[in-house]
Write a protein that binds this ligand. Structure first.
Ligand SMILES: [Zn+2]
Length: 298
């Protein structure tokens, strides 16, 4: 179907001499409106004058168009809390076989923590594997009142990836958690605490708050009962109100020794152990998004 010429002087770039094609029609290379492949196919379709042109086609949803980008919590690195007398315990790299034990310990102190989950961390396998224990465990973490945040899908150094690679790492976690929980997080921690300006910009475009630490236990260096006291000493040395504490629920000694130690110390110092969102004064509805996840057109 062809409904008329758009421009009589296209080669002189005077596109507006006649007008643009109506909605649903394409403008062919010779300046006629229509809906056939010769009108709409790339590259001959003149997308400036034909709104149905293939070049103008986009996915139905753009994730960034639907994200909650305007919030009081700033973008860029966040390494400390803002609310008085709080302490944010955070646990990276789960879900893991020790996570359930940690939930029991946190419950016994009426403490809330933040879990930065990795999508497919060996040897656990994908967090959304329906035949694994992880989906139910992640649901339990949420139901217990803890905050769920992202630690990427495969735990790469984000600075070594392209923009597309970084976004894929985040969006894969979003898709998995959308299936498990019905929503996905707006807080993340970069693996190895590595995220340069380009990475921070990408995280912002996806609506992520980037959480660092100012109380790094380096528990991954102290894996035995004889060594874990070094992580406790690091915690003691850095402990202060409004601290964001980094440790790992993938480590036996962290879950079964360090966690209780940190909770006791917080109690002694009258610090309330809360989630990162709470320690930043960010309302709970901002911690997650429920909008559809779609691949983003670059
Ligand atoms: Zn990690």
């Amino acid at each position: 179907m062809e409904i008329g010429r758009v421009s009589q002087h296209r080669k002189a770039k005077s596109r507006s001499s006649v007008g643009v094609c109506p909605a649903g029609f394409c403008c062919s290379q010779s300046g006629f409106c229509g809906q056939s492949r010769s009108h709409c196919d790339v590259p001959q379709c003149q997308f400036g004058d034909g709104r149905a042109c293939d070049k103008n086609a986009r996915p139905e949803f753009h994730s960034t168009d639907h994200r909650n980008l305007a919030r009081a919590v700033p973008y860029g690195w966040i390494t400390t809390c803002t609310q008085e007398n709080t302490l944010a315990l955070t646990f990276d790299d789960g879900p893991n076989i020790w996570t359930a034990d940690l939930l029991n310990i946190l419950d016994s102190y009426n403490a809330k923590a933040t879990f930065f989950l990795t999508g497919d961390n060996q040897p656990q396998g994908p967090m959304d594997n329906p035949s694994s224990q992880w989906p139910a465990l992640i649901q339990r973490v949420h139901q217990a009142g803890h905050q769920i945040a992202s630690h990427t899908w495969t735990h790469p150094d984000l600075n070594t990836l392209s923009q597309e690679g970084r976004k894929t790492e985040m969006i894969q976690v979003e898709g998995a958690l959308l299936g498990i929980l019905g929503f996905y997080p707006t807080y993340m921690r970069p693996p190895f605490l590595e995220c340069n300006d380009a990475c921070l910009s990408d995280m912002q475009s996806l609506g992520y708050r980037v959480i660092g630490t100012d109380v790094d236990t380096k528990d991954f260096l102290y894996l035995t009962p004889d060594e874990i006291h070094f992580a406790k000493e690091r915690f003691d040395d850095a402990l202060h109100a409004k601290g964001i504490v980094l440790s790992h629920d993938t480590l036996d000694q962290t879950v079964h020794s360090l966690a209780k130690y940190m909770l006791e110390k917080a109690r002694q110092h009258n610090l309330k152990v809360v989630t990162v969102g709470e320690c930043l004064g960010d309302p709970r509805e901002n911690w997650y998004s429920t909008n559809p996840v779609r691949l983003i057109a670059s």
